[in-house]
Design a protein around this ligand. Structure first.
Ligand code: ZN
Length: 131
């Protein structure tokens, strides 16, 4: 069984594919998806929405003292990304060697997140990389 295959993780929706939803009444996007639009309440018309993964760095910080899960990755960057379609998403930002700045354009990338110590199971998740 190829349980550590990235292709299996890619198929897990919506968390790993940036599938949220959008209110067709006011065009506000949500990730994770919401049952009711914050703007429209009972007039909400929610529909599934696949976000592009393109966005802008809204804020970021460098983690130098990580939790055990990411102990081999430090230092690493966590960012709040404002997707082009509106929602804010938190995620790892891949270090490309370029100096990251607020306002930098990024895109989603599907990457290895961590490896479980006991069984070696590889976990994948979306991250963001500077363009
Ligand atoms: Zn709405």
């Amino acid at each position: 069984m190829e349980r550590s295959s990235a292709s299996l993780w890619r198929k897990i929706r919506p968390r790993y594919n940036l599938v949220g939803n959008e209110c067709k009444n006011c065009n506000t996007g949500y990730f994770p998806p919401r049952v009711v639009c914050r703007n429209c309440g009972r007039k909400s018309k929610m529909a599934e929405k696949q976000f592009s993964g393109n966005g802008t760095v809204y804020s970021f910080t460098v983690i130098r003292t990580p939790p055990d899960t990411f102990k081999d990755e430090a230092p690493y960057t966590i960012g709040v990304i404002k997707l082009d379609e509106g929602p804010m998403v938190e995620g790892h930002v891949i270090d490309t060697g370029a100096k990251l700045r607020i306002g930098a354009k990024v895109k989603m990338a599907f990457r290895k997140m961590y490896v479980e110590d006991d069984e070696g199971l590889i976990h994948y998740h979306f991250k963001f990389e500077p363009l």
